[in-house]
Design a protein around this ligand. Structure first.
Ligand SMILES: [Zn+2]
Length: 131
């Protein structure tokens, strides 16, 4: 779902609110402002030539991010498991910088018996927003 802004009256509404037309290439475009008191409109030729920048009568102001999409952007828990200390440190530092909080860390040996493969483990949790 996209939102559209009228550059004349400043009205912002859902794309579906705005009346549509079809240009010469049969592409759908916004033909008129959704605000009935505004006479901002776009002709098929204007839509076809593609007025750009500040001159365009209407502009899309991006996707409306759903709550679900916002949640997917950040993982609540991130686990790091590295056998190289430098990489482990760099990853941890990046997460801390990103607002994650170190919840647990451990180091030890991976594998069984005499397989001395050093390993660093850290669990980061997303810092709850404090107000
Ligand atoms: Zn308008």
């Amino acid at each position: 779902m996209r939102q559209v802004k009228c550059n004349r009256c400043g009205y912002i509404g859902d794309e579906s609110e705005f009346p549509k037309g079809h240009d010469f290439l049969q592409n759908e475009y916004i033909s008129k402002c959704a605000n009935t008191e505004c006479d901002n409109r776009q002709s098929p030729s204007e839509a076809s030539t593609g007025v750009s920048g500040d001159d365009q009568p209407f502009e899309f102001i991006g996707e409306v991010a759903s709550e679900e999409a916002a949640m997917a952007e950040r993982k609540p828990v991130i686990t790091i498991n590295e056998s190289k200390a430098e990489i482990f440190g760099a990853k941890c530092a990046a997460l801390v910088k990103d607002g994650y909080r170190l919840d647990s860390s451990d180091c030890g040996f991976l594998g069984v018996e005499y397989d001395y493969c050093a390993s660093w483990l850290a669990i980061f949790v997303d810092t709850p927003e404090t107000s």
